[in-house]
Each structure stands twice: as C-alpha cells, then as structure tokens.
Design a binder for this molecule. Structure first.
Ligand SMILES: CC(C)(COP(=O)(O)OP(=O)(O)OC[C@H]1O[C@@H](n2cnc3c(N)ncnc32)[C@H](O)[C@@H]1OP(=O)(O)O)[C@@H](O)C(=O)NCCC(=O)NCCS
Length: 333
C-alpha cells in the first residue's frame, strides 16, 4: 500500500471576547497578580460569558481555518474535534460544527485527550489521509474550562482560559509530508493528577450514588514533576525518529500551561526566545486549543516565518502527552 503524505493547509483560532485579568480574580479569590504571573506567566485569560460555549468557539475557529485555506465546509470529508468539556456529549461537537459550517460530506467524531487532544488528532488525521480514504480533514480543539473550574480553588482556577484552535490537513500533492515525526503517549496510572468527573444520578429504584462534582481538580506539583520528565523525552524521541537535532528546528510551539515548564523545554533545546512561541500571558491554559491558538497567532503576527520547521508539543490530563515535528510551508496562514 502506498501511504499518502500530508499537507498542512491552514491554522485557525477563536477566543471569547471577555478578558479576565489576574487583578479581576482578586475580587473572588485570595490571590494576587504577582503570585499568578511569577509562578505561571499568566496575566489574563479569555472567558466564555453568557451563552457562549465550546461549540460556538469551534465553529468560529473552523470558519477561520476554512477561509485561510480558501475552502468551504462542503470540501471537508472528516471533522475530528478534541474537547474535554464539550457543550453536548451528544450530538458530538464535531456533528454540531458540521451542521453549522455546511460540511455535509464529512464524517464526524470527538476525542477526549484533554490538553494533548490536538496532537492525538493530528495522528488520527495523518492515518486517515495516509490510506487515501479521506482527503480534507478539519481538526478542531475547543474547550471552555471556565465552566468546569472550581472557582474557590485558587491553585487551579487561575491557570485556565477558554478558546478554540483548528487545522486543515489534506493529501499532499507534491509528495512532501508536512508531518515529519509524531509521537503520542499516555499513562493512566497517574490519572489522578488532573480529574474532571462526569457524574450522573442513579436510577431512583436503587441506592442513590454519593453526590458527584463536575469540577476540575489538579495536583499542580505532581503534574509539574511528571511533565518536566516526560515532555523533554517525547521531544527528543521525536527528533531522534526524524533523524534531526534541535539545531535543525526553527520553532517550538509548546502547550501553554506554565511559563517555567516552557522555559525548561527552551533551555533543553538551546533555543533563543525568538524561537519559542509564548502567549500564556494573554490566554492562560486553553487545553487542547492552546497549541493551535499559539501557532495561528504566531503565523498571523509574523513571529513564525515560513517555510520553517516547528516542534508542537502538549501534555495534560490522562496523563497524556505528545510531540509533532511539522513543516510549515511558505505562505501558511
Ligand atoms: C499550579 C502551580 C503554579 C503551583 O505552583 P507551586 O509552586 O507548586 O505552588 P504550591 O501548590 O506549592 O503552593 C504554594 C503556596 O501558594 C499558595 N497558592 C496556590 N495558589 C495560589 C494562588 N492562585 N494565589 C496565591 N497563592 C496561591 C498555596 O496555597 C501554597 O500556600 P502555602 O505554602 O501557604 O500552603 C504549579 O504547580 C504548576 O504550574 N504545576 C503544573 C500545572 C499544570 O501545568 N497544569 C496543567 C496541565 S495541562
């Protein structure tokens, strides 16, 4: 079988308009801008307000990527949505997006891999395209963490923001593969480090279940220790698999969870500040959307020049983590 190579056609994003600063949070929490920004790098985050939800953000991000790729919804034949707090469990967010962007030819499904969702989605899309069965695949990562945070837990709620990112992949016409290397990983044995339960109520004819909470819990210290070990290993493995060294790569677009984690990766790769995309100060941790939002914004602002090669990496609940080394073609938007 001849495997088809993949081309990255476009990257999109969308965030809610409402901005909540660290100072705003001091109205509801015993915290300070100084604590949050020195420990995490976060200065503000965009938060869904009123009826805004992750489907709406996903639709907006989809239209952004479609426009940049000069495509219509009807041109896509698969939509994969990575979301850990979808507006509906069913219909899937992918189906809801399909209806709103007019993608009636697309198959649609969601995946739940928390912050690593976009890297997993890339692996799935690559497999789909490589068989020749699917040509144009729309990937969307969308999360409204703010609706599931415990707003009394200052150790977790200050870290997250809401947003959506998107990517369109297609079968490469020139035989060049834009996904140079990719690895995804998981370790459910440490799943307790970050949790969000989806608890329903038992049938009234049986013993009631204990009340469940549908809130994000996190052991920040354990997450930190786990990530500083596993993320560099994943990046180095990806480089090794591609027979590349850090000096062969132009940019690092990391998951925006903590500035100190990003700086650790930067020093491991011996990258300059200009090579590392950081926007955690503006958006906080937007889960699966974080990498595509960072990539999209850096391309729009000219902070990433094309053609170039970039390392995309993410980690989060599961625990799950992964790295992709991608080619960013000339003129990619
Ligand atoms: C969350 C994180 C910033 C906390 O930093 P830390 O140095 O580990 O801080 P600690 O949890 O030890 O807390 C230190 C103190 O600050 C306090 N604190 C926690 N959150 C605070 C806040 N928002 N404002 C002020 N004080 C806070 C704690 O209560 C604690 O006080 P104490 O020593 O009196 O008990 C850090 O652990 C982290 O970023 N971990 C990774 C998280 C991550 O990446 N998650 C996303 C994965 S996708």
């Amino acid at each position: 079988m001849n495997f088809k190579p993949v081309q990255i056609l476009s990257i999109g994003k969308a965030v809610p308009k409402t901005v909540i600063t660290n100072d705003d949070l001091t109205k509801i929490l015993d915290t300070s801008d100084e604590w949050i920004s020195t420990r995490t790098g976060i200065k503000q985050r965009h938060i869904a307000s009123g009826d805004e939800n992750s489907t709406m953000l996903g639709v907006e991000a989809s239209f952004d990527a479609l426009k940049k790729a000069n495509m219509e919804g009807i041109d896509t034949d698969a939509i994969i949505v990575a979301s850990s707090n979808p507006y509906n469990i069913y219909p899937s967010t992918a189906c809801a997006i399909q209806a709103q962007i007019g993608a009636k030819n697309a198959i649609c499904f969601d995946i739940t891999v928390a912050c690593t969702g976009m890297i997993y989605a890339l692996e799935i899309a690559r497999s789909f395209i490589s068989t020749g069965k699917y040509k144009n695949v729309l990937l969307v990562a969308t999360d409204t963490n703010s609706k599931f945070l415990d707003w009394t837990d200052r150790a977790s709620c200050v870290l997250f923001g809401d947003g959506a990112g998107s990517m369109i992949l297609t079968e490469s016409k020139d035989g060049v593969d834009d996904i140079i290397a990719l690895n995804i990983n998981a370790d459910g044995n440490v799943g307790r480090f970050i949790t969000m339960n989806l608890v329903g109520e038992n049938c009234p004819l049986v013993e009631p279940n204990k009340e469940g909470i549908r809130k994000i819990t996190m052991n920040g210290k354990e997450v930190y220790k786990f990530v500083v070990q596993t993320m560099p290993e994943s990046i180095m493995k990806c480089l090794h698999d591609a027979n590349l060294e850090p000096k062969d790569i132009d940019y690092l677009v990391p998951h925006q969870a903590n500035l100190r984690i990003i700086e650790g990766l930067q020093s491991r790769l011996e990258f300059t500040n200009e090579q590392v995309v950081v926007n955690i100060d503006k958006y906080g941790n937007t889960s699966a959307a974080s990498v595509p939002i960072a990539l999209s914004e850096a391309l729009e602002e000219g902070k990433i020049k094309t053609p170039s090669k970039a390392i995309l990496c993410a980690f989060g609940a599961g625990m799950a983590w992964g790295t992709a080394i991608v080619r960013l073609r000339e003129g990619l938007k």
